[in-house]
Design a protein around this ligand. Sequence first.
Ligand code: 2HA
Ligand code: ZN
Length: 273
Amino acid sequence: MAQSLTKIPFVDELAAIADNMYRLGWDERNGGNISYLIPEKEVAEYIDVTNVMRTIPLGFDAVELVGKYFLVTGTGKYFKNVKGDPKTNLGLFRIAKDGATAELLWGYVDGGKFTSELPAHLMSHIARLNVDPQNRVVMHTHPTNLLAMTYVHELDTKKFTHTLWQMSTECIVVFPDGVEVLPWMLCGTNEIGVATAEKMRDARVVVWALHGIYGAGKTLDETFGLIETVEKASEIYIKTAHLPRSNTIKDEQLVELAKHFNCNYRKEFLDIE
Ligand code: 2HA
Ligand code: ZN
């Protein structure tokens, strides 16, 4: 990587993504958080996994993730600063044998800790790993147009997905499982974590109404691309919702797309078949 700061590839990769998300205006102030599961073999190439610097209570049960390593953005930290100072703004920890403690191995050097949204992240990792053992990333951010859309569009999973699929031809191919929509809930709690993870069983994207979005995927690039596609569709919606609609992608055409690209789309989100 050209602008390597730590020479730890997974750290530099996350820093670059956070920087890009900030640049897009999605992560004002301390908005947004990312968690990245790193296989032990990869961690051990760069970090001494026997040297636990601190232990931090998780505040919830993550027994399904015992022994797994996560690189996670810090609480109160700004995406804009991650690239310049990854060791302060990020931390890498292992889930201890009790399933309730984080063993810090790298980062959070100012005495900080992981994002307040860790319950939603780790519970979502558990949910996605059950569906796809390759899942490694959970990403939360505040994309501007998506957020705007949740103020003016009905907060119904089927209707919201259907609208987004109509907003750009590639949508049904990129997120055939649609977007699950949660109503406004208090963030930073175990309750919103449980609700998010429950939705993550059915889809890789969960919208937090009037707040932002969660995305999950195999790689940082793929997960970013997923959210980017939803955000682009939301932008088209925001730019056209108040105008008379002359053209639209019809449900028959969405089916045609899904068939052509061999996508297992959520058939219940269309009004036909
Ligand atoms: O951590 O985005 O949802 C900042 C947030 C909270
Ligand atoms: Zn947020």
